[in-house]
Write a protein that binds this ligand. Structure first.
Ligand code: GAP
Length: 488
């Protein structure tokens, strides 16, 4: 009987032991909430990103890709609202001085919520029943205050042209800032979407649970532009598409659900938002956000039109983004530079935007958690990661049964043949049973073993990770069979 994951600790130790994920700067004692992906982890996360890209760009006629720089003109973040509003409301414990997100404080009335305030929440919250997570004192907090989440840095060598810039807190704004460029350089027409994968940075107040919430992370975001009035339909479309993607890659149905946002929880730009949640083995309620699908309306493009007209003011302020305020929107805003002329509808409008925004690291964690199983096999414990073959870091392990009688040479030849098609691992060390276990733990779906019979009839054993069944396969048919089984 297989056991699934009970706590994250087992997974964290497997990830370190097998080279999936390490703490950043480990040799210096670590850097809080930053993580590095090791040899297996980098393959896994890349497979997650590639599967996403294939599904949302390669397989669709109405999507294109983009890769923006992380540093952008600081006015981008003024227009988007991040400079003024992207903050968490925090309260400081008067006893131990620890700052905690107000929406993460727990009291008698129950669990935390996990969304960012985006500066919208009331600062007059009653914290009398809340408990400090650090020292356990109840109700001894300062008044809540906003804590800005964007990392800042300085750009430029000369005093006169240097300025404060930000590390992007989402990849989305790079897409809005390139909407016109993409329209002008391709023949694509609304409705269409732009996809981007890349790093984002947030100076999170509370980080959490391994790679779940970190200060540097990767996002996989889509901004899908559509005619106002068709936005609700497209929102439904993306909800279904994105849920199906997780299911198709093997996440169990019972561990996924939609959670619609309540109206007081919506970010200032959103008309509606639903989260895809996964049942993680931590926290109070277990169910945690994997991905958000928001209806951002025409908010961002309209804000950038205002921002574009405010650049002179920004120069006049001495490049002081905080002090620059955006000019008012002109009456004919719907004809502005980020509008679109719809040939079919014979009208000009600013498109509405549906935004499915997923975390690559958070997704990777969900795939790891869901794949993890512990089993008893003939009195021995086996750890196995039952990854979908598309996500498995290594697709095929190739072994000689023993290091003699020409077996290593034959196995090497097979390995060299197969590795041109998928990532393979050659291993001739220790007993073959142990080699199988190591590949189970790495999530490798198939292992091929060359043995004494191979020299006689040109067959090998093909071992299945999940059923542990071994079948004999002719070497001539091996590649075709594996390509079929792995669907690649
Ligand atoms: N552009 C919209 C946006 O950024 P979000 O809900 O703040 O929305 C989207 O982030 C996704 O990015 C989340 O669902 C999550 O998967 C991931 N994410 C956000 N903050 C993260 C963090 N600190 N660490 C890891 N992943 C994070």
């Amino acid at each position: 009987m297989a056991e699934t994951l009970k706590s994250l600790d087992e997974l964290v130790s497997l990830c370190k032991r097998r080279g999936f994920i390490f703490q950043s700067s480990d040799i210096y004692g670590g850097l809080a909430s930053c993580y590095d992906y090791g040899p297996l982890g980098v393959e896994l996360k890349r497979n997650v990103k590639n599967a996403w890209w294939k599904s949302v760009v390669q397989m669709r006629d109405d999507m294109v890709g983009l890769d923006c720089s992380i540093l952008m003109h600081p006015m981008v973040w003024k227009s988007s609202g991040h400079v003024d509003k992207f903050a968490d409301l925090v309260a400081e414990c008067k006893k131990c001085n620890t700052r905690t997100r107000v929406d993460h404080l727990q009291g008698t009335e129950g669990a935390e919520t996990t969304h960012h305030s985006h500066g919208e929440e009331q600062e007059h919250t009653d914290l009398s029943g809340k408990v400090c997570p650090s020292c356990g004192t109840t109700g001894q907090f300062t008044n809540p205050m906003p804590f800005k989440l964007m990392f800042e840095t300085q750009m430029g060598a000369n005093v006169e042209d240097s300025m404060k810039v930000y590390l992007r807190p989402e990849t989305a704004q790079g897409i809005f800032a390139n909407f016109r460029n993409v329209m002008d350089s391709t023949r694509i027409k609304v409705p269409f979407g732009i996809a981007q994968v890349g790093k984002s940075f947030r100076n999170e107040v509370t980080t959490k649970a391994f790679i779940f919430r970190t200060r540097e992370f990767e996002q996989m975001e889509i901004e899908f532009f559509c005619q106002p009035g068709t936005d609700e339909q497209w929102w439904e479309h993306w909800k279904e598409q994105r849920m199906q993607w997780y299911l198709d890659l093997g996440i169990r149905r019972e561990n996924l659900k939609f959670r619609p946002h309540a109206s007081d929880e919506l970010a200032h730009y959103a008309k509606a938002c639903v989260d895809i949640e996964y049942r993680f083995p931590f926290g109070q309620g277990d169910w945690q956000e994997l991905e958000g699908i928001a209806n951002r309306t025409d908010y961002d493009l309209r804000q950038h039109q205002r921002g574009m007209r405010s650049v002179t003011k920004w120069f006049e302020s001495g490049r002081n983004t905080e002090k620059t305020s955006l000019v008012e929107e002109p009456e004919d805003w719907h004809k502005g530079p980020l509008s679109f002329f719809d040939d079919e509808a014979r009208e000009r409008y600013i498109p509405y935007v549906i935004e499915p925004s997923a975390g690559a690291d958070r997704g990777t964690l969900a795939f790891l958690v869901d794949a993890y199983a512990e089993e008893e096999v003939r009195g021995e414990k086996r750890n196995v990661l039952r990854f979908h073959p598309k996500l498995a870091p290594i697709k095929v392990g190739v072994f000689p049964l023993v290091k003699k009688e020409g077996m290593p040479e034959r196995a090497k030849a097979i390995y060299n043949d197969l590795r041109g098609y998928f990532s393979c691992f050659y291993d001739e060390k220790s007993a073959v049973g142990r080699r199988y276990r190591r590949q189970d733990e790495a999530g490798t779906p198939y292992c091929v073993t060359v043995d004494g019979q191979t020299a006689e009839d040109n067959t090998v054993t093909l071992r299945d990770r999940d059923s542990m069944e071994q079948t004999r396969v002719s070497c001539d048919k091996l590649l075709g069979l594996l390509r079929e089984k792995l669907d690649m």
